[in-house]
Design a binder for this molecule. Structure first.
Ligand code: GLC
Length: 745
């Protein structure tokens, strides 16, 4: 037996190199290897350097001339980009082109809803189209690399960057991660971020520490990155956070074990802004030279605006602490991305820039804003019906061209925004007798209530009040975390005064996160949650409120009743003491009540665990009736099933319904979530008609990461338990519909 094994090793050790040398090298590899062989160490290190020349321009242009820059970002415009490109291509020894990057997060000139809003559409196809149109606008102005999609699964609305991602569910976020990547590429390179675990920051405070067990990291946070990589993402970005004590820029397990070995990815890994040099304030490294060593040893390949590679790598190679091969591996990644973008053949962009804001872009922006809006309440006031309606349009978000664009907007021009007030006053709809506009508050944080009296008087002349409230753009996004999720400023008081007029109030919320608006929801006759809807938010809202379009959005994130419930998400564990019956709340506890006489279960004395609105929730102008979920084995031996259900449009409006598939594993090697989204489909159902919706369900869709511990060794592996599962096809994650079950043997 032993000789056999030895023989096999000898054969392999002889055959493999022969095999390898016979494998035809691709043209791409030949090109990269040839270029690499002609580069000096300084030129290689220069390729790993990304700078923002929008300041200190002259010094940075000189660095480009010296071959010390591989990429620039925050430079926009064909002329500006070409000017820097000419320096790189025509004034350096090897003429390696730059790649110009930009945060093109939810649009370039035409701005689409914030990604959290896009997720509410549950329409990856439309998001892919928006990304494709965005890439065309950006590439026309010289941008060939976007730092998007951001795919951090976010369960904490206090975290300002929840606005930038696709919500709290891994499956939904993975669908959008792949769609956005397909849309951007190959016109511009996608950069899936932030790798990894950034959104689990303690306390919902940005850049804060994250503690994520390996199995949860792999079940919840990594799949959207893998989905983007599988869709061909050309790059990823490190995250700022320390993950279990190790900042991602220095995390060999993330950046090499998982990204290179397990996923076999050849995508470029770029730091976040100075996240390499941040290892010093993190307390991981004593100085920036050590930071450079830790980062290159963890295969962080490009240094964004940190200058640690250009300052220290050559010295570390001379000290033999870093090998030139380590640097070559990183340089290959950046050369490969430039090659795949065609920059070596076509480094310049036409300076005959086409007009942005094309008809198709604006139409797509309108459609996506419509589908990103969630109807949370409607007592029948919507859509606005009748003739000669007198409208009072009010609130700090009714006419805010910049604020409605949302966070992470650099190149979208507010002047091109169409606000809700614009849309209503431009409408030729005869249904409205007159439209009066009174903001009441000048901006979302405004506490000046002096105009409320005038508002109350104006309300007496109106048939319907449209109250546009929410958050200014600056209140969400990076480093914009909130410890209070109520409407800012005096907006709640404004709603109190409007409700007291007795006139019907339609509340439209434009925000970067779910807000704790329970009181306002009770007071309003209807609530439309549009997040920050982008350039065409106004026309989209007009179309929805007037019934030209029927709302179809569903919550991509749980809406908590109060900030004390956070983090609150649908796919949580049940605990050993779930709070089933209505628990005793604080004001009901009898005075002097004995310690253990009011029962113990998992809830808060101020509120049960129920959210204000659950994940996957959204109303329509019509109603849908779900039949019983039916599970049918399609291949019993292999545990393959088909899950089906009838959905009937029982109302009067033709409409789309986002039908969702959930499972729950009832027992197993580990405790599992009480619900898990495993599929969804936007289905068009004409009034009065029925459709049968079907989803395949295979064992691999029910797999999760296990951990086997032997003494101090830990091994993780993906597997599906032999177990009984509940299965629902439902309108949201509460799954009132009757479940069926299936057994994986
Ligand atoms: C920021 C963000 C990152 C962005 C980068 C470049 O700090 O964390 O998402 O792409 O810097 O602007």
């Amino acid at each position: 037996m032993r000789n056999n094994a030895i023989f096999r090793i000898i054969v392999l050790s002889v055959m493999l190199p022969v095999f390898w040398s016979c494998t035809p090298q691709s043209e791409e590899d030949r090109f990269i290897d040839d270029l690499l062989s002609r580069m000096t160490l300084e030129e290689k290190i220069g390729q790993l350097n990304q700078l923002d020349p929008s300041w200190d321009a002259e010094m940075k242009e000189q660095l480009i001339r010296e071959g010390k820059v591989g990429s620039v970002f925050n430079i926009v415009g064909a002329k500006q980009v070409n000017r820097l490109q000419r320096i790189a291509v025509e004034q350096t020894r090897l003429g390696i082109p730059l790649v110009a990057a930009r945060d093109v997060i939810h649009g370039f000139r035409t701005i689409y809803p914030i990604p959290l809003g896009q997720a509410a559409s549950w329409n990856p196809g439309l998001v892919e189209q928006a990304a494709r149109l965005t890439a065309e606008e950006a590439a026309a102005e010289g941008i060939r690399w976007t730092f998007s999609p951001m795919v951090d699964v976010a369960r904490d609305p206090r975290w300002g960057r929840i606005a930038e991602g696709y919500g709290e569910d891994t499956y939904l976020a993975s669908s959008f991660a792949a769609a956005a990547t397909r849309g951007y590429q190959p016109t511009i390179a996608a950069c899936v971020k932030h790798f990894a675990g950034y959104s689990a920051s303690e306390g919902g405070r940005d850049y804060n520490t994250t503690w994520i067990p390996e199995t949860q990291l792999r079940d919840v946070y990594l799949p959207p990155f893998k989905a983007a990589i599988d869709a061909g993402a050309m790059s990823l970005m490190c995250s700022f956070n320390d993950l279990n004590g190790l900042p991602s820029s220095a995390n060999h397990h993330l950046n090499v074990d998982i990204l290179r070995h397990e996923w076999q990815s050849d995508a470029l890994l770029v730091s976040d802004w100075g996240s390499g040099s941040d290892l010093v304030p993190h307390g991981l490294c004593a100085d920036k030279k050590e930071a450079a060593l830790r980062c290159i040893n963890a295969r962080m390949e490009m240094d964004m605006q940190g200058n640690i590679y250009t300052d220290y790598l050559a010295e570390l190679v001379r000290e033999k602490k870093v090998s030139e091969k380590q640097i070559d591996d990183c340089v290959r990644s950046i050369l490969r991305m430039k090659y795949r973008l065609g920059l070596f053949d076509h480094p310049y962009v036409s300076e005959d820039t086409p007009e942005p804001y094309s008809e198709q872009a604006l139409a797509t922006a309108t459609q996506l804003a419509e589908q990103s809006a969630i109807l949370l309440k409607n007592n029948g006031i919507l859509p606005l019906q009748g003739n000669n309606l007198r409208l009072l349009i009010c609130g700090p978000m009714a006419d805010q061209r910049k604020e409605q664009l949302g966070t992470w907007v650099f190149d979208g021009e507010p002047a091109r925004s169409v606000t809700p007030y614009d849309a209503f006053r431009r409408a030729t709809d005869s249904r409205f007798a007159y439209i009066r506009m009174l903001p009441g508050l000048s901006y979302s944080r405004d506490k000046n209530t002096s105009r409320f009296k005038e508002l109350e008087q104006a309300a007496q002349q109106a048939d319907v009040i449209l109250f546009f409230c929410g958050e200014e753009a600056i209140l969400s996004g990076e480093a914009r975390c909130r410890a209070d999720l109520n409407l800012p400023g005096a907006q709640a008081q404004m709603m109190d005064r409007l409700a007291a007029t007795g006139k019907p109030v339609v509340m439209v919320v434009m925000a970067g996160r779910p807000l704790t608006i329970g009181r306002q929801v009770e007071q309003a006759d209807a609530v439309l949650y549009t997040f920050h809807g982008g350039t065409m938010a106004g026309p989209a809202i007009y179309n929805l409120l007037t019934g030209k379009t029927v709302p179809s959005g569903k919550t991509p994130v749980t809406f908590p009743k109060m900030v004390g419930q956070v983090p609150l998400y649908y796919n949580r564990h049940n605990t050993g003491r779930p709070s089933y019956d209505p628990p005793m709340l604080i004001d009901s506890i009898p005075i002097g009540c004995p310690q253990f006489s009011i029962g113990q279960s998992s809830y808060w004395l101020e509120t049960p665990t129920e959210p204000l609105f659950p994940f996957g929730y959204g109303l329509s102008y019509t109603t849908f009736e779900y039949g019983k979920t039916v599970v049918t084995p399609t291949d019993g031996q292999k545990n393959n099933y088909l899950v089906s259900c009838t959905v009937t449009n029982t109302g009067e409006w033709d409409a789309y319904e986002v039908v969702q598939l959930y499972t729950r594993q009832l027992s197993g090697d580990l405790v599992r979530p009480i619900r898990e989204l495993k599929g969804f489909e936007r289905v068009f159902i004409p009034a009065g008609e029925t459709r049968t919706v079907r989803f395949p369900l295979a064992p691999e869709q029910l797999a999760y990461w296990h951990e086997r511990k032997n003494d101090c060794q830990s091994t993780v592996y993906l597997a599906t338990d032999t177990a009984l599962f509940q299965v629902w096809i439902a309108p949201d994650s509460r799954c009132q519909a009757l479940a069926d079950t299936l057994c994986i043997r």
